[in-house]
Ligand binder design. Structure first.
Ligand code: BGC
Length: 737
């Protein structure tokens, strides 16, 4: 037996070394061969992931895990973060009978050591090349430190600003999120998974985790088939098509069935319909949580439900154990084929990663890949492109070069701890450039920047107000930096109020009363309700949680070295009572009308958002004209070309995100009032014009889930809207035969 496994190892090495790209039959043989030698315990071992919690080289690491690894009863480890500890654990795996290498997973969500803006911010850049580049940097950094598997990208659609995890995804829109998902997967996995700089990705959370009732994390999800397919599953389908190595099954239930026990989701849709070949890992201990959901009585039943549903790997529940499975195999309540299929999928990914050929390949880096000058430049580029200019009265921004005294005020103006946001992997807050540092660096002696904290983020203390107001009074312009703490968004960070916490609004109001120009810079991980704050400032720059290089990037924008080009990937409500609010809503039979009482609206608050999806100003202006469509009528399998002229009508160069929305005017089912179907980010010099072209194919771009579950397009009239945000009103119609 031992000789046979050595032989397998040699064959795998040879295949890898010679890069036999077309050797899929040989790959399959190798994996089937290995599978045929595995005991039930070894198979279940491959299906088990433990979290190290701590460095395994220190005694806190659960000692029984070490034994299990040596016995081939653990296939992957999560959160072991130094090359030494990873090497140590992989060596234990190499002592096991079949020497199957382990995966080392980690939550790298927006950077490993160089922390990029939170994913929501990155989506606001609408710059897919930069998003891919940031993912590549994260993969290069982490893989140089032993990590070979990321628990990302997070591609949950989020339409409820109360849900803290809105910060981790690309916002409310399935089209944008799908595009971002694909680029992040490309950035992480590269062309070839076996290259050392690439890591296996994990699309999460499968599925509809972003739609908990009331925005409360982990809560129940109730959803129609149409919404599930067309909105929440769409980015996952894109990830499957992009060959993401793994999916993570979500904590939540959908319509009564927890996702990790959901056979329809994991087997029927993912494996059969989408023909997905990678594997599924659960979210943290979700299998054990079946008992809390009330669908399983004991651990044995939990294991049975998950295996039969199609979960390949259990994260942390530790209940994929022979003692739970043996009897169920005999009674046929578990099929051995389900277990074999799960193991086959895991082994295939490990094989594609080249781990059989060199289990230690990620532990041998000799060069420093962390926070290199190039990585920091990429971080700065994407941070400034992700910022959204929400208001700019009297051209308060950019700060004029003749300004001599800037009062920099606020609890986030010089606060390294709160600028990275959620999931900071190995990011170090002491590396963060604050805005105070960034402004001083760029202004040198040309202007004086003085700082006062003014207040805390979330206490009621007003004792620091006076000092801040005094400073404001002797300045030419006030820059106020307000927002949320770094951990106020993210997992288990739902908020019932989505306004600025603490006394920050009161501070802003007091500063505005000095009659000096007030520039509000916001740092937050979710859309905030800013209706009141709009009255107390001249300009607002949404900077999100911008990452390691925050202060440099914000200073670039404030000082006009970079002309802001970000657009909102989520709707900003006026107040929490409007939530959930999103642009791709249905008209209803009684479309909202402020003047009609019996229309879909509120008595006490408006129905329109404060800022629509896709919104963002620039230091220049853009004009749209000459919208045309190539054909007044097309067939289902034809293509239609839509063209629009965009002109930079201002005085400086700038970038614009040209957005195309579509409405199916008369559907077989009710359709959203408009849906994003294309965008292009273009650069225009002052006075310059460009014709931007989009192409739509009904059989791809116009389809949706019909009542019988099939996805197809309606015939009839469609309207396209083109412009700089989702309220775009330049429109044109065409018909589909
Ligand atoms: C989160 C996942 C994460 C996992 C491991 C869970 O609580 O929901 O997104 O990947 O923990 O850290």
């Amino acid at each position: 037996m031992k000789q046979q496994s050595i032989r397998l190892f040699i064959v795998a090495t040879i295949l890898f070394v010679f890069g036999l790209k077309n050797a899929s039959a040989a790959d399959n043989n190798l994996i089937e061969n290995l599978l045929s030698q595995m005991t039930l315990e070894e198979k279940l071992g491959q299906m088990t992931l433990y979290s190290s919690g701590e460095d395994p080289l220190v005694p806190v690491f659960n000692p029984s895990y070490k034994q299990e690894i040596k016995e081939g009863r653990c296939g992957a480890i999560f959160a072991s973060i130094t090359p030494d500890s990873i090497r140590y654990l992989q060596e234990l795996a190499m002592q096991s009978r079949l020497k199957i290498p382990m995966l080392f997973g980690y939550d790298v969500i927006h950077g490993y050591k160089t922390i990029f803006p939170i994913p929501l911010a990155q989506a606001a850049s609408f710059n897919l090349d930069l998003i891919r580049k940031s993912a590549q940097v994260a993969a290069t950094e982490a893989s140089s430190r032993g990590i070979n598997w990321f628990f990302g990208p997070m591609i949950d659609i989020a339409r409820d600003a109360r849900w803290g995890r809105v910060s981790e995804g690309a916002g409310e829109d399935p089209f944008l999120t799908s595009k971002v998902a694909v680029e992040m997967i490309k950035g992480y996995q590269g062309e070839n998974l076996s290259e050392r700089n690439n890591v296996a990705a994990c699309a999460k959370h499968f599925a509809a985790y972003g739609a908990p009732i009331g925005g409360k994390d982990y809560n129940t999800v109730i959803m129609s088939l149409q919404e599930l397919n067309d909105v929440y599953l769409a980015p996952h389908k894109a990830a499957a098509d992009a060959q993401v190595a793994s999916f993570m099954s979500a904590f939540n239930e959908i319509n009564g069935m927890p996702c990790s026990a959901n056979r329809e989701l994991l087997t029927d849709i993912l494996q059969k319909q989408w023909k997905y070949k990678g594997f599924v890992v659960t979210d943290f201990a979700t299998i054990r949580e079946f008992m809390n959901h009330g669908i399983a009585e004991n651990e044995e039943q939990c294991a049975q439900l998950a295996i039969q549903a199609g979960v390949s790997m259990d994260m942390e529940s530790g209940i994929y154990k022979a003692k739970y499975v043996e009897n169920q195999l005999k009674s046929k309540s578990i099929d051995i084929e389900k277990i074999d299929e799960a193991v086959r999928r895991i082994l295939t990914i490990k094989y594609r990663m080249g781990l059989f050929a060199d289990p230690f390949k990620y532990c041998n880096s000799k060069t420093n890949e962390l926070m290199t000058a190039n990585n920091l430049t990429t971080a700065r580029e994407i941070a400034r492109e992700s910022m959204v200019l929400l208001k700019n009265d009297k051209q308060t921004l950019p700060i004029k070069s003749d300004i001599r005294k800037i009062a920099l005020i606020g609890p986030l103006a010089d606060n390294q701890a709160d600028m990275l946001g959620t999931w900071i992997a190995q990011g170090d807050t002491s590396d963060v450039v604050t805005l105070l540092q960034g402004l001083k660096k760029q202004l040198g002696t040309s202007a004086q920047v003085e700082y006062a904290q003014g207040c805390d983020i979330d206490t009621k203390r007003t004792s620091m107000f006076n000092k801040a107001i005094a400073l404001a009074k002797k300045s030419d312009v006030i820059v106020v930096v307000l927002g949320e703490k770094g951990d106020m968004a993210g997992e288990a960070a739902s908020r019932g109020n989505i306004n600025l916490p603490g006394v920050q609004t009161a501070l802003l109001k007091a500063l505005y009363a000095t009659k000096k120009p007030v520039i509000l810079v916001l740092m937050n991980g979710r859309p905030l309700a800013l209706e009141e704050e709009m009255n107390y400032c001249d300009a607002i720059l949404e900077a999100w949680q911008p990452g390691t290089i925050a202060g440099d990037a914000i200073a670039d924008v404030l000082l006009g070295k970079y002309n802001p080009s970000g657009k909102l990937p989520v709707t900003f409500p006026r107040c929490v009572g409007q939530v959930p609010i999103f642009y791709a809503a249905k008209s209803t039979g009684r479309p909202s009308d402020a003047k009609v009482r019996y229309s879909s609206r509120y008595l006490d608050i408006p129905f329109t958002p404060l800022f629509p999806f896709g919104f963002g100003l620039s230091y220049t202006t853009f004009e749209y004209s000459e919208l045309s469509v190539s054909h007044p009528e097309i067939g289902l399998n034809d293509e239609i070309t839509i063209q629009v002229k965009v002109k930079n009508s201002g005085k400086i160069a700038g970038q614009e995100v040209v957005q195309l929305y579509l409405k199916d005017d008369i559907g077989q089912l009710t359709r959203p009032v408009r849906e994003l179907k294309g965008f292009q980010k273009i650069q225009l010099n002052a006075g310059e014009s460009k014709v931007v072209t989009f192409t739509l194919k009904p059989s791809v771009d116009l389809i949706y889930t019909h009542a019988d579950g099939t996805q197809n397009a309606d015939a009839g009239k469609f309207t396209v809207f083109v412009g700089g945000n989702s309220d775009a009103n330049l429109l044109h119609s065409f018909r589909v035969k």
